[in-house]
Design a protein around this ligand. Structure first.
Ligand SMILES: NC(=O)c1ccc[n+]([C@@H]2O[C@H](COP(=O)([O-])OP(=O)(O)OC[C@H]3O[C@@H](n4cnc5c(N)ncnc54)[C@H](OP(=O)(O)O)[C@@H]3O)[C@@H](O)[C@H]2O)c1
Length: 210
């Protein structure tokens, strides 16, 4: 697949590396073209000068920017992502006041509400960047949940999730992004509370046991 990744930080680079390992063609963009170029050099991806250039011709677009940049990213993308599968990997983490996050709609639903022609799915946000490159723990594939309202878009995202090493799991409609974002909030706050090394990933055990 042709993958566009918007955001070239921890998540953008980890997903670029695992995508390229899986045989996908990756184009990265960032707030600054220099940052995109550095990340592309480090990962083997192509660098785009801006977000619109990055998504041109992409089969799947991954959004890996801080949640408070989502507005400017989508305003800039305009109609270039209409009818495209857009994977929202963002989180809004407030470790001091988690209720602020849990009481709100998900980032993914907000994107979908403001941009109804975009085929929004939620995935990857529940995994640490390090696990996006290495999604196997003790021989078991971590679960790669995907939530979304458009089944064809979700199927494409599930295919991609599996190709980079996760066990693909259809998590239901886009409203389930609230749960996936809650899982990220729980995982991050557990790491902080207990001083864990940010390596845990989500895995439902029991049948089917792959
Ligand atoms: N870190 C994790 O383990 C993890 C795991 C799951 C989900 N997440 C979520 O994923 C998102 C990214 O996290 P991260 O750790 O990768 O953040 P990060 O390392 O801070 O990287 C953020 C990237 O977003 C880019 N960016 C900012 N504004 C942009 C714009 N207008 N257009 C294009 N790119 C823009 C930045 O560009 P520049 O490089 O030019 O500044 C940077 O490359 C966040 O929402 C985070 O909550 C993180």
């Amino acid at each position: 697949m042709k993958i566009a990744i918007i955001g070239a930080g921890n998540v953008g680079k980890a997903l670029a590396r695992s995508s390229i390992r899986a045989g996908h063609q990756v184009t990265l963009s960032a707030a600054s073209p220099e940052s995109a170029a550095d990340a592309a050099k480090a990962t083997g991806a192509h660098a785009a000068k801006n977000n619109v250039e990055a998504v041109d011709g992409a089969d799947l677009v991954i959004i890996a920017v801080p949640y408070d940049k989502l507005g400017e990213v989508f305003r800039g993308l305009g109609s270039s992502v209409d009818d495209k599968v857009v994977v929202d990997a963002t989180n809004h983490i407030n470790a001091q006041n988690p209720g602020e996050v849990l009481g709100a709609a998900s980032n993914a639903e907000e994107i979908q509400k403001r941009h109804p022609k975009v085929l929004v799915v939620k995935a990857f946000n529940y995994a640490f960047a390090s696990r996006m490159f290495e999604p196997t723990v003790d021989g078991l594939r971590l679960d790669g949940f995907v939530a979304g309202d458009d089944q064809a878009a979700k199927d494409k995202a599930l295919e991609f999730v599996e190709s980079i090493g996760f066990r693909p799991i259809d998590a239901g409609p886009l409203v389930m992004a609230r749960v996936l974002e809650g899982m990220a909030l729980l995982n991050v706050t557990l790491q902080i509370r207990h001083g864990w090394p940010r390596q845990n990933g989500w895995k439902l055990v029991g049948p089917p046991s792959d």
